[in-house]
Design a protein around this ligand. Structure first.
Ligand code: IVH
Length: 684
């Protein structure tokens, strides 16, 4: 068949582009495009070569699997090649059905034969690794390389604590364990935070960071990095008879002390595969590490042997992928938002892109330094990453493919909302509007914060309403909210008489609050919910707080000089005192001294940190938090090793997983009540 010149030119261009990406990825360890984009280019080239075989050149990137081994690491020939697996093209339910159908056809099963059993696993998004144990001792670790020859990375891999240096119990003469080295997402975020603070290299994603550390030349550097490992198969084995199934093989590896993910299941037929796929897809964000899909393997080793291989892929396994967590898009503009404390945040407006299962059209750029470190310009093509419950981030700029008409970004000298001067806070690397509550943007955010669920909890006072109230100059300070009348409210756009009355009722309800909520609602810089509670507990009355100087404030547990100064300054400001007086005059009240129950400091909850997650059967989270605090405990938003209890309700997500991973005690509402009873009963 004649090859049309356009096809030949396109194939040549693709080969060239893919080779450049390969070089950047494998040699420089600095990828230029997201995997999804690379895969598209690769598939386009494969399709062209399939249609016009004359286009297949020996140097085509489609001729090799995986990457070229790096020349400066010793090469290792794998005793048993490290294969790849076929990816089902249909990312929807069709993928599982197609695989099951193919397996049944190859096995010559009739329609009424029983369903095939599969071992369904996670597809870990890390670096494939072969660990060779000789007489139970880790003798060598090698990357996959091109599947035949990999790189010897033994010294680096020895530093990974998840990988046993010696297997437990009686071990075979030779056991090559195949699996994936990866980095947990929280470790990755921490690593990048550190790198950013130290001006070091910032990594695009956990996999690139892992690849870098596994393949770099100084094991001391790898040793400092928090890498993990999951085993999913074996290579060469001598002196051991393999069990009858993949699931038992994984059990055996686990029994030798190798980490094997618990997120696996033996399922039956296409329905079983689909159910597993759906379950894992629903939990993807809650997992502490990245996965890019699931892997299905025929469970019976005997059937696997019957099925065999096509070229370099087993017929008995396939990958069923999830939506990519990184995609390319264009920065159409950079807008600057003004926050409650006047901080200016540049936000990238993106051409909408489907990434990590959602459509993303904005990404925060944090501050000017962040934009600089990326060298981001308006009009640039960028890689957007959305993984886990982390907000979407721009992680790389395609500066090599930049067009001439991109525009650099600079922070404005005047506030985009009020025109006041903008000052750079050197210590915090932030730009701030100096307009204070004169600035409508700051005022709006302050009001939203004041009305928030964790603050005064004014139901129905949302974004749109606050916009209207500020724009029509009806509300300048939080105190003005309580002066609003039915007539004024009902005249606002989209406000029917009923919703105006509802808002008044909500305001009325919000009048009776707690001192801690009130302090938090004021929006003092550096005073979050937990500090507000500490202050309320310590001073027990607002007047005592207002009268405190910095030294007295620092006597509060967990209050340092920065917080003390911020609180003292806020309280000294006549304008703030006036607003507080007006709020009290408007009937905002709480029971003073409530927080200073003598039992609170000594109760069983004292010194204990709780994290609330999911929906509790009878308590709202706010109420549960108040009860914990009243009993002397602390409530924190994130689970860490310091957490004492995670109180979990229904639909608890990532926090529950993390608690289990860290071995933190998980209790339900009933257990919480029992625990707090002794702490609060003497008062009640
Ligand atoms: S099995 C013969 N199982 O996906 C089958 N691979 O092309 C060999 N991967 O880079 C692979 N999770 O490192 C298998 N549970 C899993 C996996 C998995 C991730 C990676 C593997 C390789 C690619 C397969």
């Amino acid at each position: 068949m004649d090859v049309p010149p356009t096809a030949a030119a396109r194939a040549a261009a693709l080969r060239c582009e893919i080779a450049a990406h390969d070089y950047a990825y494998y040699v420089l360890a600095a990828p230029t495009v997201p995997d999804a984009e690379y895969d598209r280019l690769f598939r386009e080239l494969q399709a062209l070569e399939a249609e016009y075989p004359a286009l297949q050149t020996p140097d085509s990137p489609t001729r090799r699997v995986g990457g070229a081994p790096r020349s400066d690491l010793p090469a290792v020939r794998h005793a048993v090649p490290m294969l790849s697996i076929r990816t089902e093209t249909d990312a929807g339910p069709g993928g599982a059905t197609a695989f099951d159908l193919r397996v049944r056809r190859e096995l010559k099963l009739a329609a009424d034969d029983p369903p095939v059993e599969y071992n369904a696993e996670l597809k870990f998004d890390g670096i494939a690794m072969s660990l060779r144990y000789e007489a139970g001792v880790l003798a060598r670790a090698a990357t996959r390389g091109d599947g035949e020859v990999g790189e010897d990375v033994t010294p680096n891999v020895r530093t990974i604590r998840a990988i046993p240096l010696r297997l437990l119990g009686a071990a075979p003469a030779v056991l090559e364990v195949r699996g994936e080295v990866f980095m947990r997402r929280d470790e990755f975020e921490r690593l990048n935070e550190r790198q950013r603070a130290e001006g070091g290299k910032v990594f695009v994603n956990p996999r690139n960071a892992t690849a870098g550390f596994v393949r770099q030349l100084d094991p001391r550097v790898t040793a400092m990095r928090p890498l993990s490992f999951f085993a999913y198969g074996v290579g060469e084995v001598a002196g051991w008879v393999l069990p009858g199934s993949q699931s038992e093989l994984l059990d055996a590896l686990a029994a030798w002390g190798l980490p094997v993910s618990a997120e696996r299941a033996v399922v039956r037929g296409a329905d079983g595969l689909l159910a597993f796929h759906a379950r894992v897809a629903g939990r993807r964000d809650a997992l502490p590490f990245d996965i890019d899909g699931v892997v299905y393997k025929v469970d019976s080793i005997a059937l696997q042997e019957r099925l065999g291989f096509v070229t370099r892929e087993p017929r008995w396994a396939c990958a069923h992928k999830f939506p990519a967590q990184e995609e390319l898009t264009t920065v159409e503009g950079i807008e600057v938002q003004v926050g409650r404390t006047g901080k200016l945040t540049p936000v990238a407006r993106l051409a909408p892109v489907f990434v990590g299962g959602v459509t993303v059209s904005n990404a925060t750029l944090h501050n000017e330094d962040f934009v600089r470190s990326l060298d981001l310009r308006i009009g640039d093509r960028v890689t957007v990453r959305r993984a886990g419950d982390v907000i979407p981030q721009i992680v790389a700029v395609q500066s090599h493919a930049r067009s001439a008409d991109v525009t650099p970004f600079a922070m404005p000298l005047h506030c985009p909302a009020c025109g006041s001067r903008v000052l750079r806070d050197e210590a915090e690397k932030d730009h701030r509007c100096t307009g204070g509550l004169f600035c409508p943007a700051q005022r709006k955010q302050a009001l939203l914060h004041f009305a928030g669920r964790r603050a005064m909890d004014i139901e129905g006072l949302g974004d749109k309403l606050v916009d209207a109230l500020v724009e029509q100059s009806l509300v300048h300070t939080p105190a003005d909210l309580f002066k609003l009348g039915l007539g004024t409210l009902a005249n606002l756009p989209r406000m029917a008489g009923k919703s105006a009355a509802n808002l008044l009722a909500a305001l009325d309800k919000a009048r009776s609050t707690t001192l801690a909520r009130f302090i938090y609602a004021l929006g003092i810089r550096h005073v979050g919910e937990s500090t507000a509670r500490d202050l309320a507990r310590h001073f027990a009355s607002l007047d005592a707080l207002l009268a405190a100087d910095e030294a007295e404030l620092q006597a509060v547990p967990d209050v340092g000089p920065v917080v003390a100064q911020s609180v003292a300054r806020f309280c000294a400001e006549p304008h703030n005192r006036e607003v507080i007086a007006q709020l009290r005059a408007a009937g905002v009240s709480w029971t003073e001294g409530e927080a200073l129950r003598p039992t609170a400091a000594a109760g069983p909850a004292a010194g204990r940190t709780f994290v609330l997650t999911g929906t509790l059967p009878t308590l709202t989270r706010e109420r549960a938090a108040e009860m914990i605090v009243a009993a002397g405990g602390k409530v924190s938003a994130a689970v860490s090793k310091k957490t004492d209890y995670v109180v979990a309700g229904t639909e608890a997500g990532g926090k529950l997983d993390r608690a289990q991973a860290l071995g933190v005690a998980v209790i339900d509402e009933a257990a919480l009540r029992r625990l707090l009873e002794t702490a609060t009963s003497p008062d009640n």
